[in-house]
Design a protein around this ligand. Sequence first.
Ligand code: PA5
Length: 429
Amino acid sequence: MLRIDTSAVPAKKLEALLPQTLEAHKKLQSKSGAGAAFTDWVTLPDDFDRDEYKRLREAAERAAGLGEVMVVVGIGGSYLGSRAVIEYLLSPFYNGTAGKKTPDILFAGCNLSGDALQRLTDRIGGRDFTVNVISKSGGTTEPAVAFRYFRALCEKRYGKDGAKKRIFAATDKSRGILKTLSDAEGYEAFVIPDGVGGRYSVLTPVGLLPIAAAGVDTDALLDGARVMMEACRSAGGLDNPALAYAAARSALYRDGKKIEVLASFDPDFVYMGEWWKQLYGESEGKDGKGLFPAAVSYTADLHSMGQYMQEGERILFETFVRADTPKGGIRVETDPANTDGLNFLAGKTVDEINDAAYEGTKKAHTDGGVPCLTVDTGPKGAASLGELIYFFEYACGVSGYLLGVNPFDQPGVEAYKKNMFELLGKPGV
Ligand code: PA5
């Protein structure tokens, strides 16, 4: 079970925030706070359409049989979660794994680069492919542009009927252009529940179809989320890890910290950092308030951001995410000549050296005036990742309420779109 160490924050500061934290917790549980209409993710691990989930698993298997590549078209909450889970559990090199039976998962529609779209097309090459288009609103420009392109490519290669079998949609149950299009074309469609916003939707068909297609155990992921959901529901004090995390972040923010840096020593965690950044940035950054969420991947970033972390402005705190991983991998061998002077490491595994880097970094940053929180996930795997996802979501909801914002809207995202549409001459703008 996941554990959090908040000892960097004085206990009396956490206790002082307890009444407000419990108030926020109650609002989430009773679905009575700001943006309550978008809090169905709170009970999602228990409360989802089992028949649709079964259909989704079958579709994932079918897609794997239909092509060596699945192109996932989506942006923001419609792609970051699945990419994060796939990279964390199967590795960032998943797509290049020789001999795997599951399709490559390529992400499109998350930018507006023509070059990137062309390179992705080149990467598919002559291989058979399927398309999973994901958009809750059904009309987001980036995925809409990419989908128009891949739909045409698919129809050109497989004909209209063939394309129909290869295109899977995830969208609103009744509204939006993608829903209309899916109905008209007869694509297999999955419902993004009304009460779950994009960045809280990784455990809905948004994330689960590509994750299942890549061969991740989605049952274990949901089981883990259910364990954390129960823990969050039942423990109403600082023994609730999500409440402890939310209270600690809030105490540090009130003490003048402006940036939270999520740090991992696991290179597979990079996209989890991206997912977390969206979750917290889009949920909290409003009304002139909110911690700025940054993420680093150590030890690589110790050689780029390490200097700032150690000696830059003291406006940040750090949250380390740690998982137990087997330590038996590659070892440093003894070299009789010892020309590189590394024999002091001989016999140690690379992971043991990584652990020492973590301990050394945490101590150095603490000594340098950076408060360090630590989230321990337990053994790395689908179940503990499900716990971690729910933990971050729940703590995010509580944090937003502690901050006094609605953590479930994103009005600021519209501003760039208005300007872009004006420039592009969209009718009616
Ligand atoms: O969290 C959110 O709501 C957003 O980041 C959306 O996920 C993102 O903008 C994509 O929206 P849509 O799924 O409607 O295309």
